[in-house]
Design a protein around this ligand. Structure first.
Ligand code: NAD
Length: 359
């Protein structure tokens, strides 16, 4: 019997990178029963809904899913399917490993960071009130009544909820992961000097949880703007970072840049029982259908999926095959060549084939 896995190819370059990933997982010798479902633009064309209930049912049943990126219209249209998936399935922990692989274009070498981003609340919760809406007018009136700080009439408002339960849950998840994978240090990232109640609460929760791991994992905290500067200058001094949702989103992209860019940055989202794996990058619509982009981020996401499925030997083999192909730098996509116009760059599927040959 194979592992049942829901596969969402996604939009733009999604179908190409997920096809490449699927070929590599199959070649690694792991039996997977792929249950393929559309979400996003393709699903809107088919049935008018960006995230049909059957997709959520499939993931709830299989408990493991992997997806390509899904396009989110900016400032209009449907709300992010990615955010909906995380919220509907309570995938509260977003994990982004940022490891240096030789052959990638990096400003510094030897970065080895694990990033844990809270996935369900903060400004990302989607609690927003539009300019001139009756709701924003009511909310503004209430705020102006109860707060000494006034909100201007021509404002839109987003709410930043941070709870004790969600904050402790992500920090505990991060510490447990750190212990399991033999990590040494945890840094909580915040802006509690300015957002004393929300980020202050996140920091306090982190300190409370950290006490349970004293002697096992070293604990520190850092303000997010300082953290960005520290990461650019001396990322190698850091080990694990845990952050609220919005900072986690931004800082993990910064860290993706430190290890070679979006083309090589994998990601995973975990709930109590369900795990959903996906590359950090988006659907890059301008490259869609060209067999051009780098499949590494999605293939490395599958490496973490294989670990989750307790297929550690296959995960190690696939990780190593990627490592060899990146180091050789021959059968790699344009973004991994020293010159992006290098005519020897190969396509998405050709890079995946080269990885399969090293398995
Ligand atoms: P993007 O990641 O799609 O692309 C930005 C640039 O990064 C591309 O133009 C390309 O130069 C490079 N890039 C991305 N993936 C690459 C790859 N695999 N290989 C080589 N180069 C790669 O970001 P964007 O343009 O801001 O977003 C496009 C769409 O994707 C938006 O609709 C956005 O909402 C969505 N998005 C989805 C997810 C997700 O599904 N998890 C994540 C981020 C963005």
């Amino acid at each position: 019997m194979g592992h049942p896995v829901t596969l969402i190819p996604g939009d733009g370059i999604g179908p190409e990178v997920t096809n490449a990933m699927r070929m590599c997982v199959d070649a690694a010798g792991v039996k997977v029963n792929w249950e393929v479902h559309d979400a996003g633009e393709k699903s809107i064309q088919k049935c008018g809904k960006p995230l049909p209930e059957e997709v959520l049912e499939s993931i709830r049943r299989n408990k493991t899913a992997i997806k390509g990126p899904i396009t989110t219209p900016i400032g209009k249209g449907f709300r992010s399917v990615n955010v909906q998936l995380r919220q509907s399935l309570d995938l509260f922990a977003c994990v982004r490993p940022c490891f240096y692989y030789e052959g990638t274009k990096t400003p510094i070498k030897k970065v080895n960071l694990m990033i844990f981003r809270e996935n369900t609340e903060d400004l990302y919760a989607g609690i927003e009130f539009d300019l001139n809406s009756p709701e924003v007018n009511r909310l503004r009136a209430l705020i102006n009544e109860i707060s000494p700080k006034k909100v201007k009439e021509d404002s839109a408002i987003s709410i930043k909820p941070i709870s004790v339960s969600a904050s402790k849950r992500i920090v505990k998840f991060a510490f447990d992961w750190a212990v399991k994978f033999g990590r040494k240090k945890m840094t909580v990232v915040h802006k509690a000097n300015i957002m004393k109640f929300t980020d202050g609460l996140f920091l306090q929760c982190a300190r409370d949880v950290a006490r349970e791991y004293e002697g096992k994992i070293e604990f520190s905290d850092c303000i997010v703007d300082n953290m960005c500067m520290q990461l650019v200058q001396k990322a190698v001094l850091y080990d694990c970072l845990v952050l609220p949702n919005l900072y986690g989103d931004i800082v993990s992209d910064l860290c993706a840049g430190l290890v070679g860019g979006l083309g090589v940055a994998p990601g995973a989202n975990y709930g109590e029982e369900i795990a959903l794996f996906e590359p950090v990058h988006g659907s890059a619509p301008k490259y869609a259908g060209q067999n051009k982009v780098n499949p590494t981020a999605t293939i490395l996401s599958a490496v973490w999926m294989l670990r989750h499925l307790k297929e550690d030997a296959a995960a190690d083999r696939l990780d190593n095959a990627v490592r060899i192909v990146l180091k050789e730098g021959v059968s790699v996509t344009y973004d991994l060549k020293p010159d992006r116009n290098d005519p020897s760059a190969v396509g998405t599927m050709q890079m995946a084939e080269a990885i399969c040959k090293k398995l």
